[in-house]
Design a protein around this ligand. Sequence first.
Ligand code: ASP
Length: 325
Amino acid sequence: MNSNIYRTIILFSFLSFILIFSPDLFAQKKNNKFTIVIHGGAGYISKDIPEQLKQNYLNSLTEALNIGKDILANGGTSIDAVEKVINYFENNILFNSGKGAVFTSEGKHELDASIMQGKDLSSGAITGVTIIKHPISLARLVMEKTDYILFAGKGADDLGIQLGVDIVPNSYFHDSTNYQKWINTQLPKQKGETVGCVALDQFGNITAGTSTGGRQNKTPGRVGDSPIIGAGTYADNNTCGVSATGIGELFIKNTVAFNISALMEYKGYTLNQACDEMIYKKLPADSGGIIALDKDGNYEMPFNTFSMMRGVANSSGLFKVDISK
Ligand code: ASP
């Protein structure tokens, strides 16, 4: 008798422990639906871009989108999808994040990233890191492992070392003749190809993330919108998730990502109306664009620049990438 009681108590404690510490294990799949949107930056990709370079961009966007789509299709979480998609971009020299980060006016690299979860409005961000190979992964750890939201400069680099993320010398980001050539000759007006991803998983959770080297030739210490929650990144399961790209100062000034969510929450706008309001009415022309999705899987990818690299996939078989209008 006694041993039965003990057994019941132990079983009950074990189940309570699992429920408290691993609630995701028991999270119900809401449905089999998912949506994912990605961007590889807004800018000035010309119509006359060499065919091979265009193909390289389209192939890279396709690979990135496939990584996220597969995670979501297999029942993975939106935060894993967002992190892994952005990790892919951070390894790809064609994009202004991680390895391909642009140069400061001193010829160095300072990287920014942020990530936010719509289920509880938790977020993590880092700015001005110089030795972190995957800024988005450190932003995620800031969210998951610290009591804070935003780390800057040396403190952020040191946190990365302490938390055991991949560390590289700042020269790692210099790579490349290729990248320099690309900046100097092929896309003289480009303003950087920041990357971002927003995903809605089968549990109904939205995550948004953004990673960038900032603006080309920026003054050291300059911080853009990408690591600022509410400006370059925002997510709320009740409204939408947003990741922005463009002239960060304008996105901070207009609190773009949060305002899209706020227009939906406070004014009853649809995602489409809220995005149009911010991108085409509030922001001046040529300032940038966003990718966004709402809790029902509707998506928007508006931009007011000449081009924006982007892609979308969902559980109904939609899969599309593009770089220009
Ligand atoms: N928004 C980024 C920044 O201002 C740059 C970009 O998206 O191209 O740092």
